[in-house]
Design a protein around this ligand. Structure first.
Ligand SMILES: NC(=O)C1=CN([C@@H]2O[C@H](COP(=O)(O)OP(=O)(O)OC[C@H]3O[C@@H](n4cnc5c(N)ncnc54)[C@H](OP(=O)(O)O)[C@@H]3O)[C@@H](O)[C@H]2O)C=CC1
Ligand SMILES: N[C@@H](CC=O)C(=O)O
Length: 411
């Protein structure tokens, strides 16, 4: 039976207002009691008595049984969510950084207090990927999940590639449209995509990984040379998070730009749209497509979670019980393009094989097979020197890096 929900909503920004726009068009079995915001002096489109700057007015209100957390401060968000779950209130959140940073504790709190935290809106906006990973793929072996998980960086890459806009103008547009994070480094640096990957992987593989253990290299160093290379080869550049099960004991995760050809599902995913490619053992390849950012698309995912709470829906994190032997690893090899200036960077990266080298004036690149750990070790140097790294090839080429007996003995 549907339960009547009394909502306390934290945040009335892009997503909070988007959610409210949707709710007011519907007659649903819930009521908004109060919004918490930060800045009391801002003009609002709703009556003043609906707002408070005191979180306790919501968290201590026994009438409110459901908290919707949509704020842009991950530390404050964690405090709110923790207090709500601990005091018997169910929660819907879209704060991916907060969730990814604290996932283990959030899972524990739900179990401990019998409360539910749902967060479909935190991963790929309107695409219902978490509930699909949790429910639909419950019994399916997933070889990999990958895709475009960040609307802002995809918006920039699309505008720069398709329309010849400059990077800064495209970024400003993504900010003005409400797609970008408060600090857009999270978008263009691949952090936001990584938080989403970490959350999705907990449902796909039952593996909860700390975001700081996962490599993310973004698109900030993209240059005209990289675009020229892509265009000459009829490829597009996308920022692609990947989680791949390598065998029954190892799963790898990383976020890197990737060259995709016109046969690839992601090739035509442009602007703020996101796409998720699931490679399953029996269902084979499946593709989810939808808007990944913006108030209404994200609001629709948040609304779906609120509606699910009317029936006390909870994530069960089933894969965590089924896949106890599966562990996260960075011990993989993959094929990458590195555009660089200083030859010594290529020496430091210690490619296993170099498949192609190119020099013409200041445009230099290498394509080859590399250990992910060598990219991790040189990550700050890559960014400081303005080098650009992108995956080439497909996910089949990503392999566990197995130390030979001889190499193990030497180490
Ligand atoms: N924008 C998007 O497309 C998407 C965003 N998200 C996530 O959703 C969350 C909200 O994003 P978005 O709506 O874009 O952010 P905005 O910056 O547009 O809005 C943030 C809101 O949070 C309020 N706020 C900040 N700190 C507090 C606090 N301590 N207590 C109460 N209210 C507070 C602000 O108050 P005030 O109005 O007074 O400034 C504002 O209303 C973020 O975690 C974001 O990562 C997820 C998916 C998509
Ligand atoms: N900044 C994010 C917003 C949605 O999660 C993005 O651009 O995808």
């Amino acid at each position: 039976m549907s339960k009547k929900l009394k909502l306390g909503i934290f945040g009335f920004g892009v997503v909070g207002q988007g959610l409210h726009d949707i709710i007011r068009t519907k007659a649903l079995n819930f009521e908004i009691v109060k919004f918490a915001i930060k800045d009391a002096s801002k003009k609002r489109t709703l009556p003043a008595e609906l707002f408070t700057t005191d979180k306790n007015e919501i968290l201590n209100n026994a009438e409110i049984n459901t908290i919707v957390e949509l704020i842009n401060d991950p530390v404050a968000a964690f405090d709110i969510v923790k207090r709500a779950l601990t005091s018997g209130k169910n929660v819907v959140s879209a704060s991916k950084k907060m969730i990814a940073d604290n996932l283990e504790e959030l899972i524990y709190l739900q179990k401990q207090h019998g409360t539910s935290l749902l967060y479909e809106g935190s991963v790929c906006g309107s695409i219902p990927i978490i509930r699909n990973l949790e429910e639909y793929y419950d019994n399916e072996l997933l070889h990999s999940i990958s895709g475009i998980f960040n609307g802002s960086s995809n918006y920039i890459l699309s505008k720069v590639y398709n329309e010849g806009l400059d990077y800064d103008t495209a970024l400003k547009q993504a900010q003005d449209l409400g797609f970008a994070e408060t600090d857009p480094t999270s978008d263009v640096g691949g952090f936001d995509a990584k938080y989403k990957l970490v959350i999705a992987s907990a449902h796909a593989y039952g593996v909860v990984v700390k975001p700081e253990d996962v490599l993310n290299i973004g698109i900030q160093t993209l240059s005209a040379y990289d675009l020229q290379y892509a265009k000459e080869k009829r490829l597009k550049i996308k920022l692609v998070p990947v989680a791949k099960e390598l065998d029954d004991q190892h799963v790898a995760m990383f976020v890197l730009p990737r060259f995709v050809n016109s046969d690839h599902f992601l090739y035509n995913v442009d602007n703020e749209y996101n796409g998720v490619v699931v490679q399953a053992a029996f269902a084979d390849q499946q593709f989810f497509f939808g808007k990944g950012a913006g108030g209404h698309p994200t609001g629709s995912a948040v609304l779906s979670d609120i509606a699910a709470l009317r029936y006390d829906y909870q994530y069960e994190y089933k894969k965590a019980h089924e896949k106890k032997d599966l562990k996260f690893t960075n011990d993989i090899e993959l094929n990458v393009y590195v555009r660089y200036e200083d030859e010594s960077l290529i020496e430091a990266l210690a490619f296993d094989y170099i498949h192609e080298r190119f020099y013409s004036g200041n445009f230099r690149f290498v394509i080859g097979t590399i250990k992910l750990k060598n990219l991790i070790a040189n990550q700050s140097r890559i960014s400081a020197e303005g080098a650009f790294v992108a995956c080439t090839g497909d996910l089949k080429e990503i392999k566990l890096h197995v130390l030979t007996d001889l190499a193990t003995e030497v180490l």
